[in-house]
Design a binder for this molecule. Structure first.
Ligand code: MTE
Length: 396
């Protein structure tokens, strides 16, 4: 400083790498040309803001509302807007139509909405009440009219089915399954105590169990003309009705074998704990893939397709993958790791909470254990026992 002053019109001339890529935030002007290729969300996404204000995009992608993002941006500052320049056009709130939520939820991020139940309530009942079930949204909740809703199922040979909710209910037997859903980020706050990790700081509540009801995905795929088995590697790709600023939907895929397996219990669910699927959990229809990471349980389903490749979605290709501890955001090569499907054993103590003072004598310890991948609960049982050990130490 002092920095040169620019008009919005001058900033607007810098929309492509050949002319340098400029953006504004508040009254600051940044030349982010050298950052375009490093943008974790992809070069195409950051270029949408080129020549203008970042705010309307950051309003949609709340992941930017973190101190380290502003710090990083500061390195690219090249100027300021002239004081007589009008403020950026007000960003419309894309989350204004989100549903009301239970006040008991612990909110990790308002926009998009991400929240979990307090640990004390999680172990109160085997089935997690819908109002307290953790919510993991990446985008605004779509408003869907149940009457005009259609699911597109792409069959073999270019044929496609378009199914209304009524058809899904009446043409396919209703199947119910009790399944636990867990977000890959569950207990990230614990991880960060060992070594800081980026992402929402979930406590131990990004997990819940519900009785899901709906049509079996297998029945719908067979009806669409697919065979029980297909030679080679195939995937069933899901798309949601929630879309990002470019119109790209949330999406994910699961292996064909899991989708078709009679024991796989994969549902196109329209019910959760006996009630209509709540808006936050995918109304009117979501995939429920028991034993598989939450990210593949796509909500607000609009399209199901079988493909030789995994879903091209950002969330299948560039997120929800596991890496060795030596890999960080600067060295990560997403293509080098498989997309997470099944999760390993998980367990946690919900009561007493860490650091709680407890009276001497007998102590009731509550918690949960889950084996992942539909594996036997013996594994989860021993995990529960080892999770209980630190609590025993607290009791002494
Ligand atoms: N489906 C859509 N369409 N959009 C999303 O943001 N989030 C995924 C998955 N399905 C998501 C989605 C993730 S990461 C998780 S953990 C689960 O939904 C969470 O489901 P829940 O909010 O019903 O608990």
């Amino acid at each position: 400083p002092p920095y040169p002053l620019y008009t919005r019109e001058e900033v607007g001339r810098h929309r492509a790498p050949a002319d340098r890529v400029w953006v504004t935030h508040g009254t600051d002007v940044f030349d982010v040309t050298d950052f375009v290729e490093l943008h974790p969300g992809g070069a195409d996404k950051i270029l949408l803001a080129a020549g203008g204000a970042l705010e309307p995009f950051w309003a949609l992608y709340a992941v930017h509302q973190q101190p380290h993002v502003l710090e990083l941006l500061r390195e690219y500052k090249v100027g300021e807007l002239r004081p007589d320049e009008a403020p950026a056009p007000g960003a419309q709130d894309p989350f204004a139509g989100d549903p009301p939520r239970h006040p008991g939820l612990r909110v990790n991020s308002e926009r998009p909405f991400n929240a979990e139940p307090p640990p004390e309530l999680l172990a109160e009942s085997f089935l997690t009440p819908n109002e307290l079930f953790f919510t993991r949204n990446h985008l605004p909740v779509p408003a869907v009219d149940a009457g005009s809703y259609r699911l597109r199922v792409e069959g073999p040979g270019g044929r496609a089915l378009s199914l209304s909710l009524q058809e899904l209910r009446s043409r396919f037997p209703k199947h119910e399954v009790t399944a636990t859903l867990q977000c890959a980020g569950n207990r990230r706050a614990d991880m960060s105590r060992v070594r800081p990790v980026k992402g929402l700081a979930w406590d131990i509540g990004a997990i819940g169990t519900a009785r899901w009801g709906g049509a079996r995905l297998r029945d719908v795929l067979l009806h669409a003309g697919f065979a029980e088995e297909r030679a080679g590697e195939w995937h069933v790709c899901f798309e949601g009705l929630d879309t990002d600023g470019t119109g790209a939907p949330y999406g994910a895929s699961i292996p064909y074998g899991k989708a078709m397996s009679a024991a796989g219990d994969v549902l196109l669910a329209y019910e959760m704990n006996g009630a209509e699927l709540p808006r936050d959990h995918g109304f009117p229809l979501r995939a429920v893939v028991p034993g598989v990471v939450g990210a593949r349980n796509v909500k607000w389903l609009r399209r199901v397709a079988v493909s030789a490749a995994e879903s091209p979605s950002h969330w299948q290709q560039k997120d929800y993958k596991g890496f060795a501890p030596c890999v960080d955001w600067d060295t990560v090569d997403y293509g080098s790791a498989p997309a997470i499907q099944e999760l390993p054993v998980q367990s946690a103590i919900t009561q007493p909470r860490p650091g709680a003072a407890v009276p001497p004598g007998e102590l009731t310890v509550k918690g949960y254990a889950w084996s992942g991948g539909g594996r036997p609960s013996a594994a989860a049982g021993s995990a529960a026992r080892s999770a209980a050990e630190p609590a025993a130490a607290i009791a002494e």
